[in-house]
Write a protein of this length. Structure first.
Lengths: 111, 109
């Protein structure tokens, strides 16, 4: 089975902190994604990547950046965390044309 | 532009009753549609995809291109079906998915 591992299940950070969310997949998938999941809003795409060192903005990239230095790892960075970034963050990976495999999620609280 | 609409945020049915979770889409090509499910405290996971034409956990979904719908159905709901369900559409490139806002299903004992 493909495994997508998110490094933290819960995080609490202070406003203004720089936050790193890590995601690793172990099946050599080309595509990796970061979503945030909010009640009533569903899943919203933040950033995605089709290859190493490649990134594309999703629907809500403001306040976020990403890094993909290795194929298996896709990091989401909150440059200066704000309270409106409190959310559940989901990482996913896929092969082109196939369904996503999701990580367990990181619930981030910004205080 | 691709768009996926799930009109019901919350849906409650009694155990043993039929259930239908609605999904409509707009897409300028040949769509590939999926249903994902998230049980309490578990990760989001693929339930079924339309090209497989399979039944998973008693659920089926038929792609209706005329009505641009991909409704998820089960004839007899079970308590363990209580979960959040997301409909998703695969983009032209095959790389990116577009998700609906989700429907929270509660099956009442």
């Amino acid at each position: 089975d493909v495994k997508v591992t998110q490094s933290s299940r819960y995080l609490v950070k202070r406003t203004g902190e720089k936050v790193f969310l890590e995601c690793v997949q172990d099946m050599d998938h080309e595509n990796m994604f970061w979503y945030r999941q909010d009640p009533g809003l569903g899943l919203r795409l933040i950033y995605f990547s089709y290859d190493v060192k490649m990134k594309e903005k999703g629907d809500i990239p403001e306040g976020y950046s990403v890094s993909r230095e290795k194929k298996e790892r896709f990091s989401l960075i909150l440059e200066s965390a704000s309270t409106n970034q409190t959310s559940m963050y989901l990482c996913a990976s896929s092969l082109k044309g196939y369904g996503y495999t999701f990580g367990s999620g990181t619930r981030l609280t910004v205080v | 532009a691709q768009r996926v609409t799930q009109p019901e945020k919350l849906l409650s049915v009694f155990k043993g009753a039929p259930v239908e979770l609605k999904c409509n889409y707009s897409y300028s090509g040949s769509p590939e549609l999926f249903w994902y499910v998230q049980y309490s405290r578990q990760r989001l996971q693929l339930l079924l995809r339309h090209i497989s034409r399979e039944s998973i956990k008693g659920f089926t979904a038929d792609l209706n291109k005329g009505e641009t719908s991909f409704h998820l159905k089960k004839p007899f709901a079970q308590e363990e079906d209580s979960a959040m369900y997301y409909c998703a559409l695969n983009s032209n490139t095959g790389n990116q998915f577009y998700f609906g806002t989700g429907t929270s299903l509660t099956v009442i004992p």
